[in-house]
Design a protein around this ligand. Structure first.
Ligand code: MRU
Length: 352
């Protein structure tokens, strides 16, 4: 069913493992500079996640897994029990970086579990590194499959809206919500993308517009408050977004503004799709009510590029994510297929 990966994309990878350091595409500098920074310590990794130098649920998980591998390489211990204790402490430290994207906790847990049966420190060091690399390798294949399934939902010349950046740089490669656009480009299928700029930190204009432009996708940038008018005047056919955490019933946390787009999709009677890997599902959480929503610094709203645009002392509310109820979601696209009308039942059937 799937064509082989042609990998004709020329996008830079967001994260690379270098044995003694992690190379990270600094997403805070995009689109003006394409620059890599070297992360040498676990604190460098924690800081990079907190300051959004790397962001996007799968990329955060991959980077954190490499962060744990980096830390483990630097343990000077003899006993495997001490090794495991230090690994657990570093897992907790990295897990404190951001609260909403469940891929972070999932990836860290995978790395920690990989040493469950290790009998020596050397063996454990090899296992953690191997597991982190494996998470990245699997995510690329996963994203390709998501892109393939998502593309099957679109027709030639469709005009599709998206928000935030659920693209190649938010994952190992290809992306989730943006994967169908990269694949469409590789296969010469014309699609038109409308990207919301995504206030407050502009992942849409800085990252999605840049990423799609790099691979030659037809992309038009709009501000978030132009969404309704654009759906109407440009005859948008569908909306597709990524996810940071999906509860057992399908309620989906994603970048702030996603819920509003889902309501618009309902009002205009167009499909609203979520594209996400299995690692973004948190089946331990019954509904979106239990998803922790990160609130970030007021400065993200009061300033743009370090220029103050709001009065001193203004009260600010800055939730980074919102939760879209599953009844507003037409389908969730995973690497296992398309879950139409997501619910506890349909998700359970598809993923377990
Ligand atoms: O705050 P961010 O930039 O990490 O938020 C990212 C998103 O909301 C993405 O849509 C989501 O993580 C999916 S990335 C494939």
């Amino acid at each position: 069913m799937f064509t082989t990966m042609t990998n004709a994309l020329t996008l830079p990878r967001s994260v690379e493992w270098n044995e003694t350091s992690v190379s990270l595409l600094d997403q805070q500098l995009l689109p003006n500079k394409v620059e890599y920074i070297e992360l040498k310590t676990i604190k460098d990794v924690w800081d990079a996640i907190v300051t959004l130098k790397v962001r996007g649920a799968p990329a955060i998980g991959i980077t954190a897994a490499f962060g744990l591998a980096l830390a483990a390489q630097q343990y000077h211990v003899q006993s495997i029990d001490t090794f495991r204790q230090k690994l657990a402490a570093d897992q907790a430290y990295l897990a404190s970086s951001r609260p909403t994207a469940v891929n972070l906790f999932w990836a860290l847990e995978r790395v920690v579990k990989s040493v469950a049966n290790a009998s020596s420190v050397n063996e454990a060091k090899t296992l953690v590194t191997h597991e982190a690399i494996q998470i990245q390798v699997e995510d690329e294949a996963t994203c390709y499959r998501i892109g393939d399934y998502a593309l099957s939902l679109f027709n030639k010349q469709d005009r599709i809206m998206t928000i935030c950046n659920a693209g190649s740089i938010a994952t190992a490669y290809y992306g989730t919500a943006l994967a169908p656009f990269h694949l469409a480009k590789e296969r010469d299928i014309p699609l038109q993308v409308f990207a919301c700029e995504t206030r407050p930190v502009l992942q849409g204009s800085r990252l999605t517009a840049w990423e799609l432009q790099q691979s030659g996708v037809d992309v038009t940038l709009i501000t978030d408050n132009m969404a309704a008018h654009t759906i109407k005047t440009k005859n948008i056919n569908a909306i597709i977004v990524g996810a940071d955490r999906i509860a057992a019933n399908g309620d989906t946390a994603n970048k702030i503004g996603t819920y509003g787009l889902a309501l618009l999709a309902k009002a205009f009677n167009i499909p609203f799709y979520v594209a996400a890997p299995k690692s973004t599902f948190d089946l331990s959480i019954k509904s979106g009510q239990n998803i922790p929503i990160e609130e970030r610094s007021a400065k993200e709203i009061t300033h743009i590029a370090d220029i103050q645009i709001a009065p001193d002392g203004i009260a600010v509310y800055n939730p980074a994510f919102d939760v879209t109820p599953s009844e507003l979601i037409t389908a969730i696209i995973t690497e296992y297929g398309i879950i139409h009308a997501p619910s506890e039942e349909t998700i359970g059937q598809s993923l377990t």
